[in-house]
Design a protein around this ligand. Structure first.
Ligand SMILES: O=C(CO)COP(=O)(O)O
Length: 260
């Protein structure tokens, strides 16, 4: 049984002091019983991770955390890069790989995304592999093939047992930060195709274990209908993850009901 998963991608927002305040608010406003039904993680900028680690460990908070990017290399002369061993040492559970903003603004190719997926897995950090089409691809009706091709390219060379640890995030680029959320049926179409492709390549048992998230303008008002879909196991949330009250509400709705 896959646990519902809500991950907040903070993107390039919040310094380490603001990060502490936000995580504290999330941890204390979501009643304990919800954490049994929904896994909640935050993905802050690198500069916030150490502060979050200290607080989560010290106060034994249920919120998990990770990073937004990782180097393909473990160490060496790669100025500006942060490695998977460094993230592992900071207790990161997750790292997003291949987010459309990195593919677009940092020219990340499928080959690089694949190398980063493998670097994370090697150090027991679960990659959140982001896939998703731009508007022109959807309008041409090629969105399913496009995203499943990105999926297979991102997982190339991974062992079958590693694949079960990967989280896939389907984020149609036209729905990110636009307020234009995909309908639950549109999102299910692609998430279902992603699971079917995983089953074809790695077997049904592995495919059933992989969590598939939807991302793109997710809010407390639309998450309920999204997670009701068979193949949507949660969400990768951008803007709404920066507001403690909204993110807590959204996490509670993903767990099956509103906050008391
Ligand atoms: O890119 C996203 C999460 O990774 C989605 O961002 P928004 O929720 O702001 O649309």
């Amino acid at each position: 049984m896959r646990q519902v998963f809500i991950a907040g991608n903070w993107k390039m927002n919040l310094n380490h002091l603001e990060a502490i305040a936000l995580v504290q608010k999330i941890a204390f406003s979501l009643p304990e019983k919800y954490f049994a039904k929904v896994e909640v993680a935050v993905l802050p900028p690198f500069t916030d991770i150490r502060s979050i680690q200290t607080m989560v460990d010290g106060d034994k908070l249920k919120v998990r955390y990770g990073a937004q990017d990782v180097s393909r290399y473990d160490s060496g002369a790669y100025t500006g890069e942060v490695s998977a061993p460094m993230l592992a040492k900071l207790g990161c559970s997750y790292v997003t790989v291949g987010h459309s903003e990195r593919r677009e603004y940092h020219a990340e190719t499928d080959e690089l995304v694949n190398a980063k997926v493998k670097a994370a897995l090697k150090h027991d950090i679960a990659p959140i592999l982001c896939v998703g089409e731009k508007l022109d691809v959807r309008e041409a009706g090629n969105h399913v093939e496009y995203t499943t091709d990105q999926l297979i390219a991102g997982l190339k060379g991974c062992k079958t047992d590693q694949v079960s640890k990967v989280v896939v995030a389907y984020e149609p680029v036209w729905a990110i930060g636009t307020g234009r959320v995909a309908t639950p049926q549109d999102a299910q179409e692609v998430c279902g195709a992603i699971r079917a492709k995983l089953a074809e390549k790695y077997g049904q048992e592995i495919a059933e274990q992989v969590r598939i998230l939807y991302g793109g303008s997710v809010k407390s008002g639309n998450i309920g209908d999204l997670v009701k879909q068979d193949d949507i196991d949660g969400a990768l949330v951008g803007g709404a993850s920066l507001d403690a009250e909204e993110f807590t509400k959204l996490s509670a709705m993903a767990a099956g009901g509103p906050l008391p």
